[in-house]
Structure formats: structure tokens, C-alpha cells
Design a protein around this ligand. Sequence first.
Ligand code: ZN
Length: 343
Amino acid sequence: MYNLLKKVILCSVVLLLMVIPNISLAKSSVNVEKISHNLMTLEQGDTYLHIEINTNREVKNFSIQENPNNKYQLIFNIEDAQISNISRQEKLDGNIAKKVFLQEKKDTVQGKIYLQEEVNNNYKIYSLGKKGIAIDIFNSIVNTPVASDVALSNVKNKIITIDPGHGGSDAGAVGPNGYTEKEGAFAISQKVASILNQSGAKVVMTRDSDVDVYGPNASARNELQARVDVGNNANSDIFVSIHCNAFVNPAANGTQTFYYGSSYQGQRLAQSIQEKMIEANGLRDRGISTCNFYVVKHSYMPAVLIETAFITNYDEEALLSDDEWQTTMAKAIAEGINEYFSN
Ligand SMILES: [Zn+2]
């Protein structure tokens, strides 16, 4: 009896496929499909596959790897587990994968995920505690590759949420020549994402075009929580929000990074990024500061909000709208992130 009880029983399988916005501009419309019946829930999108396998107690030993005999398959193993009376195969919509198949092998439950394309680095398995385990598979497409000068080896396989401030119905601050914060924040964010993706990170963007994340003209709370949700749902390692500063006095200038007061890791992340930015852009160093900004406070992981420069300052507005300067800043931010993951 004890031996029987010892086994974790996979009492139900929930396949939950959700959409995280793609950073590709070309794919701004994302199809979402939701299917629900007794034990299964499916939500399927273009660029992100999230699979949850519910168990009746915490799973301790699990792993995932490429099938050495088939580059189109990922194999995951859950040890000391059994499948109970459930469907063992689930057909998927084919954007990322075609199907998931579960089988028992002695005391292990083995799953095979049949991918649409060859396995890349963008997958991860992790515990959901007593709820079970989850598998994320990303398909990151970037339109505007930006090369980094240095190898950013520490970000490999890290899940990094980049949050371009404002967007859609919310332009953010506007400069004396009419350049908007949402444009500057997005341009730099996209370049950061491009560099990190090339270094093997799994980048998730809160928005991949000029849109509101929650919806047009929503309350600030709904809009900001929607951004926090993207980072939290992706189980991100860090959350990086990118903005432009503004002040009534056009002389105000410089670069600053914020983190949530009690977060030591947030402070470390802010410090690494701030140092790299100042090294690269030579602007006034306003340092790092604690803050209560919503997205930084409510993200489960270390989070920072970067004020790249003052869009209300004539000279800095010109920099913010300059492609080359945006690239310089993006490289610095990516290098700061890499530095953070070095220990
Ligand atoms: Zn802002």
C-alpha cells in the first residue's frame, strides 16, 4: 500500500497554451484558440506554448531534453509518477507543436512533444509546486537584428520580459519636437530584445507593436497589471520596463533606473544596467533609486524601470529619436542584464 501511495498520480492533464505577444511587428494579429472540456484546457497562439501537467502532489524529479534521435521532438520525464484515467494524447494547432503524447515507462511518465520545427534553445521545464509542472516553448522571431559587440553568455535560457512603456492610446510624455515616449521606449526595447534573443535568452515582450496591452483607454491599474501578468505568466527571471523621463523644466536631463524598495536583486539589476548605460551614453548619471511604480512593485521577479533620458529636454529628445543612439542604449541595457546574471 505504501508503495502505491508513494507514486504521484497524474490525476488530470491540463494543456494550457497561451499567447505572449511576439516581438515581430509583422505578426501583430495573434490568433487565440480556446477549447475547454472535462480535463483539458487549450489556448493556442502563434509564438508561445505553455503546457501544464497537473499532479495530485508535488513532483520532485523531472527533466526535459531534445530527443537524440529526432530533432523535431522534445522528451520530458516525470519520475515516480503514473497516469490515471485520462486521455494520453492531445492534438495541438501546429503553430509550435503538433501534439503531446504521454506514456508510462515503469515508474516514470514520459511525454513527447512533436514540434513543428527543429528544437532550439527556447524551452524550459519547471515546478508549479503542488499544482504540478509546466513546460514553456518559445518561438521568438525578430525583424531587426542588432549585433552586440560582446558575447552575452550569461543570459542564455533566461526568460526576460521587456516592457516598452506606454503604447496605443497612451503616448506617454511628448518632446518639444513631438517625438513620443511610446515610440522611443518601443524602439529601444525592440533592440534590447533582438540582442538578448541572439544571445540565447527567451525574451517576452509585453507589447510587440504600438498597442495598449490591456486595451485602449483602460484604467492605469488594468493596463499596468496586464503588463505585470505577461511577466508573471511567463515565469520570467527578470522584468525590465523601458521609459523616457519628463519634467516641466526642459533643462532636466540624465539617465536613471528604479527598483522596488525591498528587493536586493532588483537593486543589483538596476545597478548593473545603470552603470552600463552611463558608460555608453555619457549623460548625467541620476543613479538608481527605489520606487513604488506599479509594474516594478507587482512583478514576482526582480524588476526595474529604466528612464533612458528626458524626452522633454531638447537635446535628449533628439537622442531618443536617433536610431544609432537607441542601439547604443540597447546594447548597454543588454550588457547590464548579462552582468546581473554573472553571479
Ligand atoms: Zn513612462
